[in-house]
Design a protein. Structure first.
Length: 162
């Protein structure tokens, strides 16, 4: 998918599936996203291994990347959840990041539209995503694209690694 602004000198945005060649930039974007949104410093080796695992096995997830003039400027990852209540596949949007130099240019809007179209074609029934509770800017963007908050709270439990 290639999109650009009509009557604009803005370069076209090309959306494609991430590949092994994108592992370094995806890793960097994931680390930057965690630092920007949650002030978390992630282990770069763990993130690199996690990114490579997704890129090697689409059962773990799929990255979509946004390119402008051959440069990856944004990304998101999709993972799947089967809903027995709804008898359908829910696509979780994760690892959303747009490079600061390319923000406010509609990059995430284009990534979201591509993802929504792909989800519809696959028969998915819903898109979901996590958003940091204090990240009001991201919440406004997501609401503007038709996503809304739910009545669910997220709970988690870290498990020890061997």
């Amino acid at each position: 998918q290639v999109l650009s602004g009509a009557m604009s000198s803005t370069p076209a945005v090309h959306i494609r599936r991430g590949s092994a060649a994108d592992a370094n930039v995806i890793t960097t974007f994931n680390i930057q996203m965690a630092l920007e949104t949650e002030l978390k410093k992630l282990d770069p080796y763990a993130v690199a291994a996690g990114v490579k695992a997704v890129l090697a096995d689409e059962n773990k997830g799929v990255y979509f990347v946004a390119e402008m003039e051959g440069r990856v400027v944004g990304q998101l990852m999709i993972t799947h959840e089967w809903s027995d209540w709804r008898n359908g596949d829910i696509w979780w949007i994760q690892s959303v990041y747009v490079h600061p130099d390319f923000r406010k240019q509609g990059i995430f809007k284009i990534l979201h539209a591509h993802t929504r179209d792909a989800a519809l074609k696959s028969g998915a029934i819903m898109l979901r995503l996590y958003v940091e509770k204090d990240n009001q800017r991201a919440q406004r963007v997501y609401r503007g694209l038709g996503l809304d908050t739910t009545h669910y709270l997220l709970m988690e439990q870290d498990l020890p690694r061997e």
